[in-house]
Design a protein around this ligand. Structure first.
Ligand SMILES: NC(=O)c1ccc[n+]([C@@H]2O[C@H](COP(=O)([O-])OP(=O)(O)OC[C@H]3O[C@@H](n4cnc5c(N)ncnc54)[C@H](O)[C@@H]3O)[C@@H](O)[C@H]2O)c1
Ligand SMILES: [Zn+2]
Ligand SMILES: [Zn+2]
Length: 341
């Protein structure tokens, strides 16, 4: 079968003919229909510092997908041939202290589909353990089913603190920040201010429900947005850029006693004025992955309740045009990019 393989520990991704994956006793074999390119895939494509320390080529990339079940292992009970499925990409051990207390997203031994420990879904077929399979109601379109993984990051972060009636600051209108904008609007936030340096992405944030956007590349500031909205600081901050400047901008503009959910991966040498955190009594919560399985129930219910993610998906390519798709992702002139298999 054809697959997009991270073959060498260097920049790039390679289309190859590879063996069909083996279907273990608890596995489900899925024919991939659509797969989305994630920011993490771009990190691995560029082979940056994070990839060099977390990934060991060769492996098939891809962890955001939707497809159809074509075969099940002998031990599979609740998933059937012909069903449309997607999956949670973190395969957890089920036995460690965190797994046993319902915190699988911080499992001691998790593997990550298409990132480390398990071949991924940029391929004609992928195997996933039954425990990780998610079936969604038919009324949810395939395009949304293919991006449940990052939608889950957005949901986990956006709902980490109550947002109903609150003023929310989102730094980074990337693939996840724009979805988080829609979630906060859906969940009843009052004002949602979104910052980025990319006008195209801020335009998507507007369409997802931002009250105001702040384009740093044009000299716009959070301070000005606060004046326009007549607010003294934000109640909830969602840091979704991973940029130290954005994180600092956020810390400086929170209301006393406010909450920050930190999803963006900040460099280890990021500096912050700790006095702002301490004397303003801020809470900063790190967010990883999706809660298993509350986040998934929340996501499905928001989609059934009318949350529309379509402004976030801007491009679709046949998988053979993967190079064009990665070039586009690297340019940043896009929202979510889908590969059709
Ligand atoms: N913790 C987790 O489990 C987890 C999971 C997925 C992604 N992430 C991280 O979350 C972040 C968001 O992911 P994504 O896929 O949306 O990435 P993305 O690259 O699509 O979005 C990041 C956005 O931040 C913007 N940005 C850069 N500098 C900025 C600044 N100074 N001010 C405002 N905006 C700025 C960029 O223009 C971009 O649009 C990334 O850091 C990613 O690595 C974390
Ligand atoms: Zn992803
Ligand atoms: Zn575990």
């Amino acid at each position: 079968m054809k697959a997009l393989v991270k073959r060498y520990p260097e920049r790039g991704i390679w289309m190859e003919d590879v063996q069909m994956p083996e279907v273990g006793v608890n596995d489900v074999l899925i024919k991939v229909k659509k797969a989305a390119i994630c920011g993490t895939d771009l990190h691995m494509y560029k082979w940056d510092e994070w990839s060099q320390t977390h990934c060991t080529p060769p492996y098939t990339m891809g962890h955001e997908f939707v497809g159809t079940v074509v075969e099940t292992g002998a031990g599979v009970r609740n998933v059937h041939v012909g069903e449309r499925v997607t999956a949670e990409g973190h395969i957890v051990c089920g036995h460690c202290r965190n797994c046993r207390r319902g915190m699988g997203h911080v499992c001691e031994h998790s593997l990550s589909v298409g990132i480390f420990g398990k071949d991924g879904a940029f391929a004609e077929y992928v195997t996933i353990p039954e425990s990780n399979i998610v079936k969604l109601k038919d009324s949810i379109p395939d395009d949304f089913a293919a991006i449940m993984d990052p939608f889950g990051n957005a949901t986990h972060t956006a709902l980490a603190f109550p947002v109903l009636g609150e003023d929310v600051l989102i730094t980074g209108a990337g693939l996840i920040g724009t979805m988080a904008t829609g979630i906060c609007r859906f969940a009843g936030a009052k004002n949602i201010v979104v910052t980025d340096l990319n006008p195209l992405r801020l335009d998507i944030a507007k369409r997802m429900g931002a009250t105001l956007t702040v384009d740093g590349s044009r000299g716009e500031t959070v301070e000005d947005a606060m004046k326009q909205l007549n607010i003294k600081g934000f109640d909830v901050g969602l840091e979704m850029s991973g940029a130290p400047a954005a994180f600092n901008d956020m810390v400086q503009h929170m209301y006393k006693g406010a909450n920050i959910a930190q999803l963006g991966i900040l460099p280890s040498d990021t500096k912050v004025n700790w006095s702002d955190v301490i004397f303003n009594a801020l809470t900063i919560k790190g967010i990883t992955g999706r809660r298993m399985w509350e986040t998934w129930y929340q996501m499905e219910q928001m989609l059934l309740g009318g949350l529309d993610l379509s402004p976030v998906i801007t491009h679709r390519f046949p998988f053979e045009q993967y190079q064009e798709a990665f070039d586009l992702m690297e340019s940043g002139q896009c929202g979510k990019v889908l590969l059709e298999w």
